[in-house]
Design a protein around this ligand. Structure first.
Ligand code: SF4
Length: 390
């Protein structure tokens, strides 16, 4: 059913629910995905986003550090993994990790995101040691590290339960887990794309524990591969239910599934889904942001990554429910085929101002560091958010 065919009564009913602040059901979510009336979906999502976050767009200055790209698993969507012995496989000694982080820490970086492969032989002790050394070297930079999959891996290699793993990592400086490893929780889809055994029961167990220990964590969703809209709805509803229980998710991050760079240095395509998928088109991404914002009504923020969506879609996503931008990597490769580059503070400010919103720099826990009113010349460009359907 598309918007033209969508029963007018159903459309009115969904609108009424959104404007009354009523919780949407699984069926509502699937009906919203079936609509091709993008402007209508955007208007509904923007209403909800404005109720929650006004015309503010949050961002922080964050960079990625990958301690190792060697991984025991071979997830079908993953371009990052390397096997031991491959020419560009690496694992950083602790001092190299600190040197690499220091080199990225200019311009008042506030966060480092550390995500890694499931290395078959690095010992558990290595990870808290890296965090301790990073904390000592960069005391003002908060550490957002490890997916739930990695925490489950640490349970295996340490013999410790997740609660003790988290305690030790927090004592070493861990501020928050990352939201990765979520992909799509539906078992049928997951079986085809995920090659490790951290699924919804363990992923939710580990985030629940993190929330109990006071962390505010993100939750991601990898969309635009073999899943169907009903799987995205199911994914969000599981998270919404867990959020009812813990209140510990700070942000939801829809991530667009990406194909490998065509010119990988060794010519290998590791992304096994690539030959049977296309990447989600911008309209599909905007729809996913809008429906996610409407369904996941108890998560405070929805984030768009400039790295996976590109700058134009990221600006548009701010009108489709997103209110938080991650500029730690930007996909200039979409237009320039020149690889991904992190964005600087001024780039992010201009991106947000140019889209008609007010930038707010935040901490990893979503506390406000600084609200930017905008230089007069920039503030004059837009007096209020520009709606794409106006
Ligand atoms: S666990 Fe899967 S997604 Fe993560 S690095 Fe390994 S292969 Fe890639």
């Amino acid at each position: 059913m598309d918007a033209g065919l969508m029963d007018a009564g159903l459309k009115r009913e969904l609108e009424a629910k959104v404007y009354a602040g009523e919780r949407l059901t699984r069926e509502d979510g699937i009906a919203l995905y079936e609509s091709d009336d993008l402007a209508w979906l955007g208007r509904l999502a923007h209403h909800r986003r404005t109720e929650l976050n006004g015309d503010r767009v949050m961002f922080n200055l964050s960079r990625h550090l990958h301690l190792t790209n060697v991984c025991s698993a071979s997830c079908a969507y993953c371009s990052f993994q390397r096997k031991p012995g491959e020419t560009d496989a690496y694992a950083m000694p602790v001092d190299e990790a600190v040197r690499t982080a220091r080199a990225m820490a200019g311009e008042q970086l506030t966060e480092l995101q550390v995500v890694n492969g499931l290395h078959p032989t690095l010992p558990w002790r290595y990870y808290p040691e890296v965090l301790r050394e990073l904390t000592a070297a960069l005391p003002d930079v908060k550490l957002r590290c490890f997916t739930a999959t990695e925490i489950q891996w640490f349970e295996k290699i340490s013999g410790l339960p997740a609660a003790e793993v988290l305690d030790e990592l927090m004592a070493a400086g861990l501020e928050s887990l990352t939201g990765g490893g979520a992909e799509i929780f539906d078992e049928e889809v997951r079986r085809q794309i995920v090659d490790h055994d951290c699924h919804w029961p363990d992923w939710s167990r580990i985030h629940r524990l993190a929330h109990e220990k006071g962390m505010k964590t993100p939750a991601t969703m990898l969309y635009g591969h073999i899943e169907e809209p009903r799987h995205r709805v199911d994914h969000v509803l599981r998270l919404r239910e867990l959020q009812e229980e813990t209140g510990g998710f700070a942000v939801f991050v829809p991530l667009r599934y990406q194909h490998d760079d065509v010119g990988a240095p060794d010519g290998k395509i590791r992304n096994k889904l690539q030959s049977r998928t296309t990447m989600a088109a911008p309209a599909e991404s905007l729809k996913t942001f809008a429906v996610s914002r409407l369904l996941f009504d108890n998560v405070p923020h929805v984030q768009c990554s400039t790295g996976t969506h590109g700058l134009s879609v990221a600006q548009l996503a701010l009108n489709f429910g997103a209110d938080d931008l991650d500029g730690s990597m930007a996909a200039y490769k979409i237009t320039h085929d020149a690889g991904a580059h992190p964005m600087h503070r001024d780039d992010l400010l201009d991106l947000i101002w140019d889209a008609g919103f007010q930038p707010v720099e935040r901490t990893t826990r979503y506390e406000v560091i600084r609200e930017y009113d905008g230089a007069p010349s920039l503030a004059e460009r837009r007096s209020e958010p520009q709606q794409v359907w106006a």
